[in-house]
Write a protein that binds this ligand. Structure first.
Ligand code: EPU
Length: 337
């Protein structure tokens, strides 16, 4: 069942070189249960790998990589006010979104074309164009890797916040998500509050968009603005948009009145990391074999042959200059291994 010294280059969208001392694919919860019964299981460090789209390998991994390939998509039930839909963690996120839309189960359209798998999506609470996956998650079915028991996390147990969940914090590495259950309300309204989506629908000459129209518009925007990992390895936004308090914001806004910002429900202010990085002169710049994407400064790209160390060197240089110019700390978004 376990393979030795497996290259991981093709299993991370940044295309970084690394290998796993031990590697296995998990296609069913039964396979996982059998593995938990083996001797190796108890002495190897483990890492759970999904689509590798939010991951930076900083070197080889001396433990066991569990590559989650659990498939299946189904309607669990229809409530009076919602569709309850379940997908295996190994399903490709974007295919799942279009599958729901094809069945008329709406509500995930704004999250179209995000790379990665269904199981990885709640870990980093993917979000785009006005919505986060947390708003649609009913529960997560997981296996506790210590005990082998099934554990269900309802939405509140997931401790979702901006690009974060308990699975990036206290529960990291402990639970393997094998399926995600979504609640898609029947009462549907288009969510069109992002200027790029408004403009794209205008360009498509669509006044009363369907969910499918919105998904198609978002695919077009993302295709234009974000690098294709086949050409330039990347992990999407490398940094989170920083969130500051109102006093810090007032000080910055008086110096930079044109600075974009978003007031959060708790009164804190989210700044646009891409704007800060661009203002520091990084947009489109190369730094050895890595660079800052020319159309979106939050995204770092592999220009060819980069290692995890190269990525970290660039990230650190950017963090230093944003801190020096704006006094704002940028925090990386992907998981570093
Ligand atoms: N901006 C710049 N320069 C840049 C990039 C952005 O000035 O190089 C400005 C834009 O003009 C705009 C503001 O920054 O005024 C925000 O830009 P945008 O709406 O493009 O989104 P973002 O904040 O840069 C976030 C998410 C994206 C998501 C978009 C759209 C994070 C870390 N990133 O980016 O998510 O697609 O909003 O909702 O929150 C991802 O997480 O991988 C990702 C791509």
């Amino acid at each position: 069942m376990l393979k030795r010294n497996v290259p991981l280059h093709h299993l991370n969208t940044f295309g970084l070189p690394a290998s796993a001392s031990w590697f296995t694919t998990i296609s069913t919860p039964t396979e996982l249960a059998a593995l938990i019964d083996t001797a190796e299981w108890h002495y190897l460090e483990r890492f759970i790998l999904g689509g590798g789209s939010n991951l930076i390998f900083t070197g080889d991994f001396a433990g066991l990589v569990l590559h989650v390939k659990i498939h299946g998509m189904e309607l669990v039930r229809e409530d009076s006010d919602a569709w309850i839909v379940r997908a295996g963690a190994g399903e490709r996120w974007h295919s799942f979104v279009y599958w729901t839309l094809a069945h008329g189960w709406l509500g995930l359209e704004n999250l179209a074309f995000i790379p990665g798998t269904v199981g990885g999506a709640p870990v980093q609470n993917i979000g785009a164009y006005g919505i986060e996956i947390s708003e649609r998650v009913q529960c997560l079915e997981t296996v506790d890797l210590k005990t082998g028991k099934t554990v269900i996390f309802d939405r509140s147990a997931c401790q979702f916040s901006y690009r974060d969940s308990v699975f990036k914090g206290d529960a990291a590495g402990r639970y393997l998500i094998n399926a995600v259950v979504f609640r898609l309300p029947k009462l549907w309204e288009p969510l069109i509050n992002h200027i790029d989506v408004i403009k794209e629908l205008e360009a498509m000459k669509i006044c009363n968009p369907t969910a499918r129209n919105i998904a198609d518009a978002i695919v077009a925007i993302r295709t234009r603005k974000l690098p294709d990992p086949e050409r330039f390895g990347n992990a999407g936004s490398f940094f989170k948009n920083p969130v500051v308090d109102s006093a810090t914001f007032a000080c910055l806004a008086s110096q930079y009145p044109e600075m974009p910002y978003y007031i959060q429900p708790d009164g804190m202010i989210k700044l646009a990391g891409g704007w800060l990085i661009e203002r520091c002169g990084w947009k489109g710049r190369k730094f050895g074999p890595v660079g800052v994407y020319e159309k979106q400064a939050l995204v770092l790209v592999n220009c060819g042959g980069a290692s995890g160390r190269d990525v970290l060197a660039l990230a650190f240089a950017i963090q230093k200059s944003v801190q020096a110019v704006f006094g704002v700390k940028l925090v990386h978004e992907p998981v570093l291994l």
